[in-house]
Write a protein that binds this ligand. Structure first.
Ligand SMILES: Cc1cc2nc3c(=O)[nH]c(=O)nc-3n(C[C@H](O)[C@H](O)[C@H](O)COP(=O)(O)OP(=O)(O)OC[C@H]3O[C@@H](n4cnc5c(N)ncnc54)[C@H](O)[C@@H]3O)c2cc1C
Length: 290
């Protein structure tokens, strides 16, 4: 049962930051409530005050600029899935959204809420890692930005200090000859990932050499992670099937999967070994056509 709380519904970011500074530890931000309400119903979180940021229209946008695309934190999953700009520039992000939960959840849940929830099995973070995204947070003392990798600290723990809100996600303009893909392995359609893999490959001009590669994994560690050692196996080389297999095996050594009702630790390791080569090969094929 959810304990009683007092709810505030600020209409501007400034008002929200004042409320967060005033109520401190007793206060929790809510946006779509698709994750927070479950925790509250289970009695895991019982805030005295709730600051509902869903109505802050200045935080709901997708803006295309020369530095890339900026997405406001309260933008819904559905808005991202349907955005012509996202479909054109970062099709992987729209594709990921089509597999996140149900349409009902995507209509109300937000990208900011998903990232701040800090679930290692969440879909958006590995994709944002592969796209090299940056997050901006705001507090009473000003704003700060960080790569998405640095924001994820531990199971359901992110780098938000007291009184801070996530305000914006910036995805840099894609480089030429870049392909990015994402998949999640799950048993129940639209459920959270048992293991997920996002991969991005950038090829050099004319030589077919892997100039840059980012591989991000979900649901195999306390947070989504970059498989940096696996990336090193491929970077600066012409990607072959043998190198892809090696990258999959190296990626598995970078994980710390758990056993749960969905899969054993061993099964998750095997999925990493299979999905990393498969998805990186798909990213390579997309890069060749880009
Ligand atoms: C049935 C169901 C299926 C789901 N399936 C999936 C799935 O397949 N893949 C997946 O990735 N997710 C899935 N989810 C999770 C869910 O869709 C997301 O986590 C959701 O989008 C969170 O957004 P929200 O706006 O509802 O966040 P809320 O629930 O309102 O908040 C989540 C957390 O983030 C904090 N928060 C919210 N916004 C901000 C902000 N701007 N700044 C600081 N803190 C903030 C809150 O305090 C809270 O701790 C599922 C959820 C449901 C109910």
């Amino acid at each position: 049962m959810i304990k009683d709380f007092e709810r505030f519904a600020p209409k501007t970011l400034k008002e929200a930051l004042v409320l967060l500074a005033k109520y401190g530890d007793d206060c929790k931000v809510i946006c779509g409530g698709q994750s927070l309400l479950i925790l509250m119903r289970q009695g895991l979180v019982s805030p005295k005050y709730i600051v509902d940021i869903k109505g802050i229209s200045e935080l709901s946008y997708i803006k295309d600029g020369k530095d890339g695309v900026k997405i406001g934190a309260t933008t819904t999953h559905r808005a991202i899935e349907k955005s012509p700009v996202i479909k054109k520039k970062y099709p992987v992000l729209a594709e990921m959204e089509t597999r996140l939960a149900s349409i009902q959840t995507r209509n109300w849940g937000t990208i900011g809420g998903n990232v701040c929830h800090g679930d290692p099995a969440g879909d958006p973070v590995p994709v944002l890692m592969a796209l090299n995204a940056t997050l901006t947070v705001a507090g009473a003392k000003g704003t700060r930005s960080m790569p998405v990798d640095k924001f994820c600290l531990d199971y359901f723990e992110v780098d938000l200090r007291d009184g801070e809100l996530l305000t914006e996600i910036t995805i840099p303009a894609p480089l030429p000859r870049t392909g990015t893909v994402y998949t999640k392995f799950n048993v129940i359609e639209s459920d959270l990932a048992t293991v997920s893999v996002a991969a991005s490959v950038t090829l050099g001009a004319g030589d077919g050499v892997c100039q840059d590669v980012r591989i991000a994994l979900g649901a195999v560690a306390p947070t989504a992670i970059r498989a940096r050692k696996a990336e090193k196996v491929l970077k600066g080389k012409k990607i072959t099937d043998a190198l892809l297999k090696e990258a999959g095996e190296v990626a598995a050594t970078e994980t710390e999967p758990i056993s749960d009702i969905y899969a054993s630790e061993e099964y998750r390791l095997e999925l990493v070994k299979v999905l990393v080569p498969r998805m990186t090969k798909e990213a390579l094929a997309r890069a060749k056509k880009a």
